[in-house]
Write a protein that binds this ligand. Structure first.
Ligand code: R7I
Ligand code: MG
Ligand code: MG
Length: 322
């Protein structure tokens, strides 16, 4: 566990949800660009337009609703969750989904069991994309421990991502969200310890190699372009989850800077910023986010409602009203 351990407040729960949605919606116009100019990003922040989210937030909403509705000991019903994800896609297929996921969701909606549907893509090996990681952060809100968060994350990924890297990505981001949520923003974050904790939760050599590189990058204060070059910025789990982690660990006490850094890594900007934003939001809370930006978020009301439900969850007795 990271050294300074804090109670989970309503503000942190809301911060996790809003930080993720903000990263997604602010990063969306830049998705696919090899690099992102700071002036273009600043213009997007100043624009008065509504901040429209993509598949990252659409599926995060589905997962958060699933968790908010389940008050029994079994926190995740993966069969039901698979159908809920597939329904979310059917309702809004235009949200910018990856290339393989619509095929999986189409099969699930046609009655194919998710165990089979999730193996129908990429010549039967299943997806190693970051789609399971991008939506996973809310599991941290109902997890009892770091390992429980990783386990819930992995299971929530299985309906769409049968490749182990896709599932490890979800486990990694879920565990990171748990650590960020329980970290105390009044004390400096021990970055090395944070990554060591993650390595205990994600037992996979390629991931450990990425954590080692992330440790170096944060220690050296690497900028977003350097980080993208060293760790990746594509739609694979291995090529984006550690990049998002590095964005957070570079600016752990400033959610806006975390999101800007993540977007400026370019490539899969919405997803890297959604993941990084959820981590920073969980640590620093919603009260540190720009009110102007939050008020432009398409799903702001829905996310506030979900935060109320999840913060008041019986599995979250530690939530305080701070
Ligand atoms: O993982 P997934 O839901 O994608 C999420 C991404 C995010 O950037 C969202 O914002 C949205 O834009 O999509 O969707 P998948 O199609 O399963 O995986 C994403 C991408 O990873 C695919 O389009 C492929 O380029 C790549 N990919 C693979 N390529 C080869 N072999 C994933 N798995 C494989 C594979 O097994
Ligand atoms: Mg997206
Ligand atoms: Mg994306």
């Amino acid at each position: 566990m990271t050294a300074a351990f804090a109670a989970v407040t309503h503000d942190k729960v809301l911060g996790l949800l809003l930080g993720g949605a903000l990263g997604d919606a602010l990063g969306a116009p830049f998705e696919g660009r090899p690099s992102v100019d700071a002036a273009d990003l600043a213009a997007e922040e100043r624009a008065p337009s509504r901040l429209v989210h993509t598949d990252d937030t659409a599926l995060t909403l589905a997962l958060a609703e699933h968790l908010a509705q389940r008050r029994d000991a079994e926190r995740l019903d993966v069969d039901a969750l698979a159908l809920e994800f597939a329904r979310a896609w059917r309702a809004e297929p235009w949200r910018g989904y990856g290339s393989g996921t619509p095929h999986v969701f189409g099969l699930i909606n046609a009655g194919v069991p998710w165990t089979e549907a999730s193996r129908a893509t990429f010549q039967g090996q299943g997806s190693y994309g970051n789609g399971a990681a991008m939506r996973v952060a809310p599991v941290a809100l109902v997890a009892d421990s770091l390992h429980h968060a990783a386990e819930l994350g992995q299971r929530s990924g299985e309906p769409t991502h049968s490749h182990k890297h896709g599932q490890h990505g979800a486990a990694c981001q879920a565990a990171a969200a748990y650590l960020a949520l329980h970290s105390d923003p009044a004390h400096p974050l021990d970055r090395t310890r944070f990554l060591q904790d993650l390595a205990r939760a994600v037992r996979s050599r390629p991931w450990h190699e990425k954590f080692d590189r992330a440790t170096e990058l944060t220690r050296n204060g690497a900028g977003p372009k350097h980080t993208a070059h060293a760790l990746g910025n594509d739609a694979s789990a291995l090529g984006s989850v550690p990049t998002a982690l590095t964005a957070f660990l570079t600016h752990p006490d400033d959610t806006t800077q975390t999101i800007r850094y993540a977007i400026q890594t370019g490539g899969d900007a919405d997803t890297i910023a959604a993941m990084a934003g959820a981590l920073a939001g969980a640590r620093n809370g919603a009260s540190t986010l720009s009110r102007g930006l939050i008020s432009r978020l398409e799903a702001a009301d829905q996310l506030h409602h979900l935060a109320d439900q999840l913060a008041g969850h019986p599995r979250n007795p530690t939530v305080t009203s701070g």
